[in-house]
Design a protein around this ligand. Structure first.
Ligand code: PLP
Length: 424
């Protein structure tokens, strides 16, 4: 609560000296600040979440239920981005390298606080792909070394490993995950049974983008650690969506986007490398000393968008104003809200677990016997935006609401699904 109470103060101080965002001076902004200070359980308090909705500039027409793809930025983040952009356009090299560059260390500290790790373990970059490919290409592996991964991992990261297989002759061991699953033992075994004397690394996607399934990362990591296997976690979908501390995952590397659940500007990401692993991991962009154990060696990108980077700070403040516990509970509540109303409909199949330990904001729904595109287009015509999953045995439309989604919005989805099922 202390962090939420300090929200206004910290906004006004802000990194880079930004003034209190214009939005927060408006009556809506003031109401939002007042509402955010409540200590009540607001999970089902639609008034509270309407204030949150007012802090965004979302389309009143198209209902966006693909937040697992990208999250819109709250208005305060957009304002900060505009502000820093204008600053850079005044005197770019001075304002970027002499002023905004100084904001990276406080930002690193704030991101580390969110991940509950040391700031010496956090590098700021442009997306989850960049963070994770830094690890894939930076690990010192030789011909014959094995890496364990799943077909449900994200395509960019799988492709990075495939490229290493082609170039360096490493061996990829693809495991056969049976999803959905609420069986921690079986999920863990699917990975650990593939470990051999030659296994050097394992990639685990904390929450799969295809169906929202959460995997028991820590249990798999514990087995890997005993066997000296490096653990890489793709946390693109979980960071700032569900509550956890990165060190509790017991992984060596963790990569995430910040433009998904944190609501930071598009093109922002973060890499965590456990302190003792930094020295041996090569950076993707060469640094003066590739073997130094300084996390900043992963930030030698050359000129990049300083406004995007600095406006991450406002996204963190906004996220803390809501609070991760409130956010996580609300996201599950929203999904339960629509699922409970449609689950009795004929041929409905949910490919996401219903045990809270295994799901949160992303749900995969199939109407058995219907072509995937039929349902997608039906909803699209009703101005409801979702995305389609079609991989192995997971087929359907993926639905992912966000903190600005209200139950009234979801009534539109329920109505659409009812009409679709009745129409055929
Ligand atoms: C599980 C997962 N990993 C990685 C990524 C890639 O994220 P980015 O586009 O930020 O590189 C995504 C994006 O959807 C994802 O869902």
């Amino acid at each position: 609560m202390a962090s939420r109470r300090n929200f206004l103060t910290r906004f006004s101080k802000g990194m880079g000296g930004i003034m209190l965002p214009v939005f927060l001076k408006t009556p809506q902004g003031q109401q939002l600040l007042k509402a955010s200070k409540t200590t009540k359980d607001v999970t089902a308090d639609e008034d509270f979440w309407r204030f949150i909705q007012q802090a965004y500039t979302i389309s009143p027409n198209l209902l966006d239920l693909n937040n697992g793809g990208l999250s819109p930025q709250p208005r305060v983040v957009q304002e900060a981005l505009d502000h820093y952009n204008r600053m850079c356009s005044e005197t770019p090299s001075y304002n970027m390298w002499r002023i905004l560059d100084k904001g990276r260390e406080p930002l690193r500290e704030q991101l580390a606080k969110l991940g509950a790790c040391s700031k010496e373990e956090i590098a700021i970059n442009r997306n989850a792909s960049e963070a994770l490919e830094t690890v894939v290409f930076g690990l010192q592996l030789k011909k014959g070394d094995e890496v364990v991964l799943s077909e449900y991992d994200y395509p960019n990261i799988k492709n990075a490993w495939l490229q290493r297989e082609q170039r360096d002759g490493i061996v990829l061991k693809w495991i056969d995950l049976k999803l959905p699953s609420e069986d921690k033992e079986a999920l863990t075994k699917a990975y650990t049974n593939a470990f051999s004397r030659r296994t050097k690394a394992v990639l685990i996607t904390h929450m799969t983008n295809w169906s929202g399934q959460i995997l028991p990362v820590r249990k798999i990591a514990q087995v890997a650690r005993v066997r000296g296997i490096e653990v890489i976690v793709d946390g693109a979908q979980t960071f700032a969506q569900i509550k956890f501390k990165i060190p509790d995952l017991e992984c060596d590397y963790f990569g995430t986007s910040l433009h998904k659940w944190l609501g930071a500007p598009i093109g922002s990401g973060m890499l965590y490398v456990k302190k003792e692993k930094i020295a041996n991991l090569y950076p993707l962009f060469a640094a003066p000393d590739a073997k130094v154990d300084d996390i900043r060696k992963f930030e030698h990108l050359g000129t990049r968008s300083f406004p995007i980077e600095q406006a991450i700070g406002q996204a963190i403040h906004f996220h803390e104003m809501i609070g991760i516990e409130r956010k996580e509970k609300r996201l599950r509540y929203l999904n339960d809200y629509w699922i409970n109303q449609i689950k009795h409909l004929p041929n409905i199949k949910i490919h996401t677990p219903s045990n809270p330990a295994f799901y949160c904001a992303l749900i995969l729904l199939e109407v058995v016997g219907k072509k995937l595109n039929q349902l997608y287009l039906f909803l699209h015509k009703k101005n409801i935006h979702v995305t389609v999953t079609n991989i192995k045995n997971l087929q359907g439309i993926r639905i992912s609401p966000n903190v600005y989604t209200t139950t009234q919005d979801l009534d539109r989805l329920v109505q659409g699904l009812e009409e679709f099922c009745k129409a055929e």
